[in-house]
Design a protein around this ligand. Sequence first.
Ligand SMILES: [Zn+2]
Length: 199
Amino acid sequence: MAVPINPSSSPMTEKIKSVCGSGRKNSFCRLSPSPSPLTPPGGIARHGAAIYDDPKHDPYQVKHKYAEPTVCKDCGAVFHRGRWQWGDAPANAQQALCPACHRIRDRYPAGYVTLQGPYLKQHRDEITHMVRNSEGKEKTGHPLERIMAIEDTDAGILVTTTGTHMARDIAERVHEAYKGEVEFHYNKEDQLLRATWTR
Ligand SMILES: [Zn+2]
C-alpha cells in the first residue's frame, strides 16, 4: 500500500506514492507504515513538515525582506514577529505585498493539485466544493496558504495554491474522503509541490 522513497531518485524530487485499498479504514491508510530517513513515525501529516515550514526555503520569502510591522496592501495580513498573521495592523505598519499576494500577482503558484479520473468527472461539483471548503481550514491560521485558482482541464481539475501546505492539504483531504490514489512530487529547489489525485 505504500512505496518507499527511492534513494536513487533525483535529489531534486521526492516521489511519494500512496494507494489505499478499498474497504480499509482511514487510520490504516498512511504513506509509509514504517519510519524511513525521510518519513518520521506518525506518518503522512508530518512528513517533510520541517522543510515546508521553513520560510528560508521559500523564494518568495527570501526575495522580499520585510520590516516589522508590515501590512499587506492587498490582503491585509500583518508581518509580525517574523511571520505573517491575520489581525489588525499597527498604525505605524509599513505597506508591502505579502509573499502570497506577490505570487498571485505574478501568477506563480507554489502548489499544483491535479484531480483527475472518471470518478472525478462524475463528482466534479461535489469535489470542487470540498476543495473550496478545505481552503478556509488552512488559511485561517496561515495567511500565506491560499487557493489561487480552480480550473477545469481536459484531465479534470487543476488547483493552484500560494503555499505547499495548501496543496498538500487539499490532496490529502480529497484522498481521505474519496480514496483513490495520490502522488506527491516535491521540488526542494523551487519549493514547489505537485500533487496528483486519481480516481
Ligand atoms: Zn497579501
